[in-house]
Structures are given as structure tokens and as C-alpha cells.
Design a protein around this ligand. Structure first.
Ligand SMILES: *[C@@H]1O[C@H](CO)[C@@H](O)[C@H](O)[C@H]1NC(C)=O
Ligand SMILES: *[C@@H]1O[C@H](CO)[C@@H](O)[C@H](O)[C@H]1NC(C)=O
Length: 293
């Protein structure tokens, strides 16, 4: 499977506090990201195809919550065709969706530099592109699982949690397509989201799988997240899920980290350049001294 080629940046995940589910603010908070291991040579056709694909995604993101694009390669078809999509969380307004996708595309550009494929899940949106076709392909590979601390549920609390999960996992009575599902019972809230390229049957299957794993793996936890390749499900009991404190802030922290890294690299280069210049000066000076004798 293509997903095995993805090198997930678990480092990012483990350094960020778990996200808050309900807060309308944390939409640009990082959940997970990964890049394909295959790289293209800068300046190649695939690079410009990826750029035009990402631009198309950006442009659409203020009009719709889901879209897909394919940019065809040269007629020789040497792996230059690229595929991409974004999916915003079903409760986002177009403005928030556009903001989230803009953020995701910018982050993909820096973490997946020269990669033929990349995927990034933020709290409010998912963006993926690849030169291997993945559109319309169901993918139930587990990408991120997080369970909160075990909670002393009373039997009523556990029953409410299970009812919320059952509601998320249930197919819509009318058989309609429901890529975004929210449910709540008392102090338990739950949410599920499919990527829009799945059809109703695949989406149902994916969400049911995510909910099943959530129930099994985060059995007594106060909150849980289960992100599969093409869908996710999450639940939270009351306020036990640690608050993200606003995605804007987190992403600013991310940016600060990247800026710090860049500053260190620039510092190193400047340091090396200084030493080289200094040594050159020294040898020149020594030569002169020797010449003067
Ligand atoms: C994707 O691009 C890479 C690098 O150009 C290439 O090696 C690979 O074969 C391509 N994959 C497909 C499915 O075309
Ligand atoms: C991709 O987009 C096209 C046109 O926008 C649409 O007809 C098609 O169904 C979409 N494919 C998937 C897999 O979502």
C-alpha cells in the first residue's frame, strides 16, 4: 500500500499537546503529517504539476469543503501525473476552510520539500497529494491513535460514551451519505469525518472501523482519537481532553521552532564561513610574514 511509503512525523505529534475537539479556534493545530519517500528532481515537470495542483486546491478551498484535482503529466506519462484533494471538517465555514487549507499547503511545502507525495491533517482540514493515484481508494490504515487517561467512568457515563460511539458508527437511517457526523449524550461528545472521495458505503465502513478500534483500544479512556487513512472518529468525556489553547498559538509555536532551526543553520553556515575567511586571512598573513623575512 502507498501508505507504507509515508514516513509519519511522529515527532511533531508527540511534541504538541493533544488537540481540543470542540474549540472553533484550534482549526490549524497540527494532528499528523507525512511525506512519500520518493523525491523528484527540482525543476522537473512533476514539480510544476504539484505546484499547480496545490494552487488549484488553495483556490477552491474558499468555495467548497471538499474537492479533488488531477494534473496530467506529459504524454510520455513518466510518473508526472499528480493527484490531490482536501477535506475540511464538515462544520467549518468556507472562510475557515480556506484558512485551514492555506495553512496546510504552506506547511506541506516546507515539511515535504521535493517529495512526490505528502499528507497533512490539521484539526480543521486534511490535504493530500501524490503521484500515485489514491482518489476514491478506501484506506483504513491506522495513522494516529491517541487515548486519554483512564477515567473512573460510572456505568451511566460508560453507557453514554458507548451510545455516542454507536451513533457515529451507525449508517444514516435514510441511507444518505454522511461524511461528517457529530453526536453527544450528556457530557460525552463525539465526531467522525470521512474524506469526500469515499462513497457512502466506503465511508460507512471506514467510520465503523475507526469507531470499533476506538472502543476497543481506548476502552476506559476519558477521550480518544482514531485517525485512519481516509476517515477519523474521536470522542471526549466532559473537559478531560487537554485544551489546545488555540491553534493559532500552536502554529505560531511551530513556526517559531522552524525559524529557530533555520536560525541555527544560518548561524552554523556563518560560523563556518567566518572560520574559512579567517584561515584564508591567516595563511595569507603568514605567507606575507614569510615573504618579508
Ligand atoms: C512518482 O515519481 C517518482 C519520481 O519522479 C517516480 O520514481 C515514480 O515512479 C512515480 N510514481 C508513479 C506511480 O508514477
Ligand atoms: C473528483 O472531482 C471530479 C470533478 O470535480 C468528480 O466528478 C469526481 O467524482 C471526483 N472524484 C472523487 C474520487 O471524488
Amino acid at each position: 500500500m502507498a501508505s507504507f511509503l509515508y514516513l509519519f512525523l511522529l515527532l511533531f505529534i508527540s511534541t504538541l499537546p493533544p488537540p481540543s475537539m470542540a474549540a472553533p479556534t484550534g482549526e490549524t493545530s497540527f494532528v499528523y503529517g507525512g511525506c512519500s519517500q520518493s523525491k523528484y528532481t527540482p525543476g522537473s515537470t512533476i514539480e510544476s504539476n504539484i505546484n499547480s495542483l496545490l494552487t488549484s486546491l488553495l483556490t477552491s478551498s474558499s468555495f467548497t469543503l471538499y474537492t479533488n484535482f488531477t494534473v496530467d503529466g506529459d504524454s510520455d506519462g513518466a510518473g508526472d501525473t499528480v493527484y490531490g484533494l482536501f477535506q475540511c471538517r464538515g462544520d467549518l465555514k468556507n472562510v475557515a476552510c480556506g484558512k485551514c487549507v492555506t495553512h496546510a499547503v504552506a506547511q506541506l511545502g516546507s515539511i515535504c520539500l521535493d517529495a512526490c507525495g505528502g499528507a497533512l491533517q490539521l484539526e480543521g482540514c486534511f490535504v493530500k497529494y501524490d503521484n500515485v493515484s489514491f482518489l476514491g481508494v478506501e484506506d483504513k490504515t491506522m495513522v494516529v491513535k491517541k487515548c486519554g487517561a483512564v477515567m473512573g467512568y460510572d456505568s451511566g457515563g460508560l453507557a453514554r460514551r458507548d451510545a455516542v460511539l454507536a451513533y457515529l458508527a451507525a449508517a444514516d437511517g435514510g441511507g444518505g451519505y454522511q461524511p461528517f457526523r457529530v453526536g453527544g449524550s450528556g457530557d460525552v461528545q463525539g465526531l467522525a469525518q470521512c474524506v469526500g472521495d469515499l462513497d457512502a458505503v466506503e465511508c460507512q465502513d471506514c467510520v465503523a472501523t475507526a469507531v470499533g478500534r476506538l472502543k476497543a483500544d481506548c476502552a476506559a479512556a476519558g477521550w480518544g482519537d482514531m485517525f485512519l487513512g481516509k476517515c477519523y472518529a474521536r470522542f471526549s468525556h466532559g473537559n478531560v481532553r487537554p485544551r489546545a489553547g488555540g491553534g493559532g498559538n500552536e502554529n505560531r509555536n511551530d513556526d517559531v521552532e522552524i525559524e529557530k532551526t533555520i536560525a541555527v543553520i544560518i548561524g552554523l553556515i556563518a560560523g563556518i564561513a567566518f572560520i574559512v575567511v579567517f584561515l584564508a586571512f591567516l595563511s595569507h598573513y603568514c605567507d606575507k610574514q614569510r615573504g618579508g623575512k
